[in-house]
Design a protein around this ligand. Sequence first.
Ligand code: ZN
Length: 63
Amino acid sequence: MTTLVKECEKHTPHNEAISYYVSNLIDLGTEFTFCENCEQDISRFCYDDDERGLRWSNWSVTK
Ligand SMILES: [Zn+2]
């Protein structure tokens, strides 16, 4: 039997439980929390967009 994992089209971060982590000097930071819909651990990272400046990625399931 295969267990289907319900995957959100767009995860809903649990805002009260977001933790922020920077791993090194050039890392702009990653936020970790869990999704209120599917309850999986999710994360997003900050990156520098040439045109728009600092941006956050979409939330995705933490590997
Ligand atoms: Zn989700």
